[in-house]
Design a protein. Structure first.
Ligand SMILES: NC(=O)c1ccc[n+]([C@@H]2O[C@H](COP(=O)([O-])OP(=O)(O)OC[C@H]3O[C@@H](n4cnc5c(N)ncnc54)[C@H](OP(=O)(O)O)[C@@H]3O)[C@@H](O)[C@H]2O)c1
Length: 306
């Protein structure tokens, strides 16, 4: 992998940081780009990564997934730079806001950042990724809650409604639905790339399992964390930033994933995702409606979207 570039969105903390660390440990020469909204935070992460791994080729570029202008500038700048060939894009950044907030374009933030920002970014960079390269969308098993959980399973119905929710919509569904969208986007993109282009890119989704130590769960109390750990263990859904970060890094570095595409990899294991995630009509609807929301142009992607 030396002399190749790898982009990790949100690589400054949690799962993304551990993913960057494990890639850097495997390949001290790999060019690793942390795509982050907070440059200062990323720079201290880079210092830590360099000290722990010996890889001096880790750097940051500004990317705010809550702004489509920022996503477009990021992709444009990456393409203009004299970087080693782009080998992998890890769409890892994510958030789970507790209140209703909006992105720069006025989309509900969870859907806007977790799904729309990555949908646009992956489309913009697909043509630049070298043959046999990889795109990984970090999803979550919250897209498929266990039956005993007091949590409804998300089903994709309408992108416009997710982008501009109504007061009566269930706020608890925002995060798991955005993660369902990540999964459906991985399936759609994998199939379209295979059918519509000569390009051989392996496009998959990843589930890290429940990681109570990351900032995503930062708002939870010790008691809530303890309960989540017990449930996670009983249900076999517990992950850790360290272990899952290593499993995610392997999807970039290991030969084992070279011809794997259109799959849902749960902490290293090829796994079946929810029934709703395989609904071909819903997958195509999400793909087209997302293109409309981000005003995707024909010269911005090598895939069909109309
Ligand atoms: N934690 C879990 O239990 C769990 C379970 C399943 C899936 N996941 C998924 O794992 C991924 C990583 O999450 P994590 O648990 O490692 O949480 P985390 O430590 O909070 O990391 C999330 C990263 O996303 C970045 N980010 C958030 N909004 C952004 C934006 N608008 N533009 C650019 N970057 C942005 C954050 O940047 P800042 O540092 O600037 O905030 C941070 O680097 C997410 O996709 C999450 O959905 C997590």
């Amino acid at each position: 992998m030396s002399n190749k570039a790898i982009i990790i969105t949100g690589g400054n903390s949690g799962l993304g940081f551990q993913c960057a660390k494990n890639i850097a440990l495997v390949d001290k020469e790999a060019t690793i780009i942390l795509a982050c909204r907070n440059i200062q935070k990323a720079e201290s992460a880079i210092q830590e990564l360099a000290n722990e791994t010996g890889n001096k080729n880790i750097s940051v570029r500004s990317l705010d997934l809550a702004s489509l202008d920022s996503v477009r500038s990021f992709a444009k700048n990456i393409k203009a730079e004299n970087l080693p060939p782009l080998y992998a894009l890890v769409c890892n950044a994510g958030l789970n806001p507790t209140t209703l907030t909006y992105t720069k374009e006025g989309f509900e933030t969870t859907f806007g950042v977790n799904h729309l920002g990555h949908y646009l970014l992956a489309n913009l960079l697909l043509d630049t990724i070298e043959d046999n390269g990889k795109i990984i969308f970090v999803s979550s098993d919250t897209h498929n809650p266990p039956k005993i959980f007091p949590f409804p399973a998300p089903v994709f119905e309408n992108a416009e409604r997710l982008a501009h929710p109504q007061e009566q919509d269930n706020a608890m569904l925002r995060y798991p639905t955005s993660k369902l969208c990540n999964l459906m986007t991985a399936y759609a993109m994998s199939e379209k790339a295979r059918k519509e282009t000569e390009k051989v890119v392996n496009i998959n989704a990843f589930n890290p399992g429940l990681m109570v130590s990351t900032n995503l769960n930062g708002g939870s109390s010790h008691v809530q964390n303890a309960i989540m750990i017990i449930f996670g263990k009983v249900l076999g859904r517990l992950g850790s930033a360290e272990g899952s970060g290593k499993a995610l890094a392997e999807m970039v570095t290991s030969l084992k994933y070279d011809n794997v595409t259109g799959k849902y990899i749960d902490r290293g294991v090829d796994t079946k995702s929810s029934t709703a995630s395989y609904d071909k009509i819903a997958i195509e609807k999400l793909w087209k409606e997302s293109a409309e929301l981000v005003h995707l142009q024909k010269n911005e992607t090598i895939l069909s979207f109309e």
